[in-house]
Structure formats: C-alpha cells, structure tokens
Design a protein around this ligand. Structure first.
Ligand code: NAG
Ligand code: NAG
Ligand code: NAG
Ligand code: NAG
Ligand code: NAG
Length: 634
C-alpha cells in the first residue's frame, strides 16, 4: 500500500536504515564537503498584470488596464515556473478575470493562461512587462488540451513550454520575441497510452516534470486500490505524433513512450522481515512522489519514505545506477525542490523555521516504524488548507548535515506586513533556478480566510500588494555569484534499470507491509526495538503498530527508550483517522521526549484538504524547548 500526502504521495512501508557514524547527527551523510557560509541574497518582486476586484464581465476596465491586456482577479493565485533560456523572462500560469465580452478585443484575456514576465525591468513593445502567450488561441488549435496550469517549464529551444498536461509551442519563433504571434501558437495535449490497443483517453498523469535533456519527462499517477489512494512515479520519453491513428484526443499530440515505472517489486525493500527480525535498507529505492531531476539530469528527485519517524525528506536516485542520496534531514516537512543547472545547489520549499511540524518530528533518531501507518497523516499536517507554511531555503549539493540546514532565501526582510519575509506570505511549488545559476524565481500567496480570521486566532492581514492581490512573484538574486555557462545536457537513456518497463493494462504492483506479528529491530549501534504489527478486524490490512524501545540507537548519537502505539483507520479514500499513544524519551546529543496526553492523541485529516482536527495532544520537548501541535483548523 502507499500513502497520499497531499501534494505528495508516499510509498508506505518503506524506510531507510542508518549507517553508524559516531559523533554526527546526520549519519546518512558521508564524506561530504564542509558546508558553505551564508551568502548575500537580494529578493525583489516582479510585476504582474493589474488587479480586478471581481470577476464580473468588463470589470477589468480601461481604467485598471489602459493597455487592454487583461487583469488578475484580486483573490486569485498565480503559479510561476522557470526562466526562458535567455534568463530574462519567467513563466507564469494565471487566471485572467473581468474581461469584457466579445467582440471587444480584450475579451481574450480570460481564464487560465500562460504568460511570460520580464525579469530585467524591461517591457514588451506594448509597454507591458509581461506578455500573454496563449490568450485568444482558438479552440481548434488546442483540441484535447487541458487547463494551462500548474508547473510551467520552458524548453531550452525557447519556443516551447510544458504546462499542466500540455505543451505550448510557437513553431520556429522564440516565445519572447515579437515574431511569436498568436497565429503561431499551438497547444498540444500530452497522452500516456494505457491500453494495449491504443484506444481511450490515456492514463491519468499529474505532477509532470521535464528532464533537463528536454526529451524525457517524469510524472506521477494516482492509483485507487483497496479503498486507498496511492501513487507511482514514472519516467518516459516525449514523442510528438502529428497524426495519431488511435486513442483520444485524435489530434496532433505529444505521446509518452518508453515509460518506466520507478518501482519494482523485486527490488530490495526499505523494510523487510526475515523470521522475527526486521531489517532496514537505507539504499533501497522508494520513490514516493517524483519531484523533478537534478541539473545535469543524472538523478531523479522525489519525496521518499522517512529515515527518521515523522520526518519527511527529499531524496535523489541515480537514474542509471539507482544510488540513493538523502538530500534533507531537517525534521520539518519538505517537498518542492529544484536543483541548480550545475548540480551544486538546490532550492527547497520547507516548513523549517516555522515550527509547524516539530511536535511530530522534532525528536531525532526514532526509526520510522509507526510511519508505515502514519506517513500520509504526518505529511498532511504541513498545511492549514490553503496556507502552506513553505519558506524557500538554499542548500548546497550535499544538503543538510551536522548543524548545516541551509540558508533561508528570504530572511533579509524586517518581517513587517508585505515584507519579503512577512510570515503571512508562503511559497508554492516550484521555485526555479535561472539557467546561469544566479537567480531563483518563486511565488507566494498570502494567508486568506478560512486559514485566518473567524475562529482562527490568526487575524486575516490586509494585502499591501498592488490592487490588494494575495499572490506575488519573487526573484531572489544571489549577488555574489558569477553566471555559469554549461554545455547542453546530453540525452539520457530511455531505460531506468532499477525500474519496471510499463506495460499497458498490466496489474498495478502491490506494496506490502511485513505480515502481522511480533518482530525485533536491532539498533545499528545499540539496543533493540520490539515491534508488533496488528491486523484490522477484517484481516485486510495492518491497523496498529506498537513499538517498545530499549536503549535503541541507529546513530550512536540519540538513544531511544519508551513505547509508542499507533492505529490508523481509513475513513475514506483520502481521510485517515489515527489514534496515537506515545511515551518516548531520548538521551544523548539531545534530551528529548515525545508524549501524548493521557487519553492519547486522535487526529482525523483529509490528505487533499489538510485541515487539522485533533483531540488530545502530542508534544515534543527538546532540551527544554516545548513544541506543541497547531490548534484545530489552524
Ligand atoms: C478563474 O477565475 C474565474 C472567475 O473569473 C473562476 O470562475 C474560475 O473558477 C477560475 N479558474 C480557476 C482554475 O481558478
Ligand atoms: C471566459 O471564459 C469562460 C469559460 O470558458 C466563459 O464562460 C466566458 O464567457 C468567457 N468570457 C469572455 C469575456 O469571453
Ligand atoms: C522506445 O520505444 C520505441 C517505440 O516507441 C522503440 O522503438 C524503442 O526500442 C524503445 N526503446 C527502448 C529503450 O525500449
Ligand atoms: C539495499 O538496497 C540496495 C538498492 O536496491 C541494494 O543494492 C542492496 O543490496 C540492499 N541491501 C541489502 C542488505 O539488502
Ligand atoms: C473529538 O471529540 C469530539 C467529541 O467527542 C468528536 O465529535 C470528534 O469526532 C473527535 N475528533 C477526533 C479527531 O477524534
């Protein structure tokens, strides 16, 4: 089975063992370079179209936009993407509102469209610092295409953009040039064939990421098995088919061929049972949700299963060798990541610094036993509905290690309303590097009701942005850096030897937890954990995991004592209810406890909406610092 984690789905039942490296907190990180010093970063804002207060036809008046080139709805949110290859334009997907009715020429500035925004303070010939690429594309030129969001990603040819499940193409014209006119734009759907005879609409694809060779594409696809939502990641080749003979839409389209599922049942599992012993394998390939690729394209990045209990991290796996690297280890939640074009840096969006998840994950060195049941629930607590708590952080290639947890990219503000580090503004996926490695584009949304106001103790702030908009486009400039110039990335192999070639209509593989029973997990350095796995009444799934720790240590740094017992009862496809009893203590580098209130901690949460609703408490205390859970609905 595998677990949904909101924007990220995690393969359950998998985790990594830890090699003993004495005296190091993050013992999975070996033979690494010393961490970098903080560097100067200047964060500025990029312009967006003017704002209309409502979506009434014609509300985007000539007064609001004298150029008659459309408006952004005040309550609407953008999604930014990467830079065009000239590094002077950033892609944005946005929803135009308030257009006047046809035949007014401004009627085309309507609905979700792909725009490019100047990053150099310059303007397009009409005076706007932005240009809509897709506004007014006639229906017959976009047959079979879907909404032009999310994750806009430019190809290096300067003429094409992947956005949502579509490719926007301007033929031979550079997208930013005046020669890229509306009549040259085509929007092509992307189709994943899932039928042996090639029929039907194709399989559901989501979270598409372009490989830096611009030929391959990674994506995720939901599964619905045994009443649980799950997901697998795939690697594929993009191939244009100008005249498809089968399947829908029967229109010129991009097809995903040579598809490999990034999972193989015969690969060593991250957790396995032999007799009454449990074994952990930190090198096992456990791709939860694919998040992209490293800059030179050798590795796939993904949210993997926790190495430490309740601590969600991103990983990279080499596409050809399957070698796994754990990129983050901070206890807080991470999922969006973009690796710099030269592979030396990464930008992540993480809740670190906000304290959001420390009540769950702050205590270090607990092996991820109960996580076989709670990964989805733990991941879901990272947001409060639309409020994401994500901050952009800069990490070097080797990621978190020792006391190094990267540099907050937008730390250089005064925290006041509307400042670059106003805590009421939070980032959304994906932050993106410029091709020359000197800048990072990202976007943020302001907290809005019901994530503030009403019975939420956080009052809703007033926007200080133009037109009162609640979304903004940010540009971080790493001012001490020299631009890097890189050779184009060579086209990588279609084959991922550690994955499984996808065969249409083949059975979805099963992930299995260890069978019900009593197990012993020996610490890598000391001690033992007694683990009991208990089935539900219907004997269809593991419902409860109970663990008792005796001086357990995988790292020689933290020594765990005490016990924990957690049950998970799925309420629906996406809602889980957990009943949680913890009484854990650690000694060693930190003196910590993780404890539930006497009646236990009971949390029900929907992985798609992420509204925290709990009775009882779960509290983590680290060297006297107390981390408590968020109040319900906050
Ligand atoms: C775009 O905005 C309109 C209102 O102008 C709204 O009806 C529509 O649902 C929005 N679409 C998306 C995808 O947000
Ligand atoms: C904008 O698009 C919506 C949805 O397709 C449509 O109902 C509406 O009439 C359009 N508005 C204009 C001004 O064309
Ligand atoms: C990729 O797919 C094409 C057909 O679509 C096939 O000819 C080719 O052999 C495949 N390559 C690999 C490595 O499987
Ligand atoms: C752990 O997994 C890796 C990657 O699949 C594999 O190469 C290795 O042999 C496994 N180790 C054990 C002890 O099974
Ligand atoms: C919390 O307790 C109330 C009152 O007993 C109950 O209605 C609700 O379902 C409980 N919620 C959770 C998440 O246990």
């Amino acid at each position: 089975m595998h677990y949904l984690t909101g924007s990220a789905l995690i393969l359950g039942s998998v985790f990594f063992a830890i090699q003993p490296v004495y005296g190091s907190q993050d013992s999975t990180q070996k033979s690494l370079t010393p961490p970098p010093s903080p560097e100067p970063i200047v964060v500025t804002q990029l312009p967006l179209p003017p704002v209309t207060p409502n979506s009434q036809p014609g509300s985007c008046t000539p007064n609001i936009n004298p150029h008659r080139t459309g408006c952004l709805l005040q309550s609407s949110q953008i999604q930014s993407g990467n830079f065009l290859p000239d590094d002077n334009h950033v892609l944005v997907s946005m929803n135009f509102s308030g257009a006047p009715a046809a035949p007014d020429p401004a009627s085309i500035y309507n609905g979700t469209q792909l725009i490019i925004v100047k990053t150099d303070g310059d303007a397009f010939p009409n005076g706007d610092p932005w240009k809509c690429l897709t506004c007014g594309v006639p229906a017959k030129i976009k047959v079979g295409s879907t909404e032009l969001t999310p994750y806009p990603q430019a190809f290096l040819d300067g003429t094409r953009v992947l956005v949502g499940n579509n490719i926007v193409d301007c033929g031979s014209a550079q997208l930013a040039s005046p020669s890229c006119t509306l009549d040259k734009i085509h929007i092509y759907p992307i189709r994943w064939n899932d039928k042996l005879d090639g029929s039907g609409p194709g399989g559901p694809i989501r979270e598409l990421r372009l490989h830096p060779d611009n030929v391959h594409l990674g994506f995720n696809s939901f599964t619905f098995a045994n009443g649980q939502l799950g997901q697998f990641a795939y690697f594929s080749r993009l191939q244009f088919n100008p005249s498809p003979q089968s399947g829908e839409p029967r229109t010129p389209r991009y097809e995903l061929v040579n598809v490999t599922r990034l999972f193989r049942a015969s690969n060593p599992a991250p957790v396995s049972a032999t007799g009454n012993r449990l074994f952990l394998n930190e090198s096992a390939l456990a791709v939860g949700e694919l998040r992209g690729f490293t800059g030179r394209g050798n590795e796939v990045t993904y949210v993997g299963n926790p190495v430490e209990s309740c601590n969600m991290d991103v990983f990279a796996a080499d596409l050809s060798t399957g070698k796994v690297r754990r990129l983050t280890s901070h206890p807080e939640y991470v999922d969006p990541i973009d690796v710099s074009p030269d592979d030396r840096w990464q930008v992540i969006l993480d809740t670190r610094g906000t304290g959001r998840q420390m009540f769950l994950s702050g205590m270090r060195g607990i092996p991820p036993m109960v996580d076989m049941l709670v990964a989805a629930v733990v991941s879901s607590t990272r947001n409060n509905g639309a409020r994401r708590f994500f901050l952009p952080w800069l990490l070097d290639r080797d990621g978190d290690r020792g006391d190094y947890y990267g540099q907050q990219i937008n730390a250089g503000g005064d925290g006041s309303a509307g400042s670059i580090n106003d805590p009421n503004w939070n980032a959304g996926a994906d932050p993106k590097w410029s091709h020359d490695g000197t800048r990072i584009a990202y976007y943020e949304n302001m907290v809005v009701s019901p994530a503030c106001g009403g019975r939420n103790p956080l009052p809703c702030p007033d926007s200080t942005e133009p037109g009162g908009r609640v979304t903004r486009l940010m540009l971080a400039t790493l001012t001490s850096r020299e631009p890097v110039r890189l050779e184009p990335v060579a086209v990588v192999s279609d084959e991922v030897p550690w994955g499984e070639p996808y065969v249409p209509e083949s059975a979805i593989p099963e992930l299995s937890l260890p069978a019900p029973g009593n197990y012993i997990l020996k610490g890598k350095v000391s001690g033992v954990a007694h683990v009991t796995m208990i089935e539900d009444m219907a004997r269809s799934a593991i419902e409860t995991i109970a663990v008792t720790y005796h001086h357990y240590s995988d790292d020689g740094v933290n020594f765990i004592e005490g016990s924990e017992r957690v049950s998970n009862t799925p309420v629906s496809l996406t809602i889980n209810r957990v009943n949680w009893y913890s009484n854990l203590m650690s000694t060693g580098k930190e003196v910590a406890t993780k404890k539930t209130s006497p009646g236990g901690f009971h949390l029900e949460i929907d992985t798609l909406t992420n509204i925290f609703d709990a009775n009882g408490t779960l509290t983590t205390t680290i060297d006297g610092k107390v981390w408590t859970q968020p109040a319900n609905r906050t």
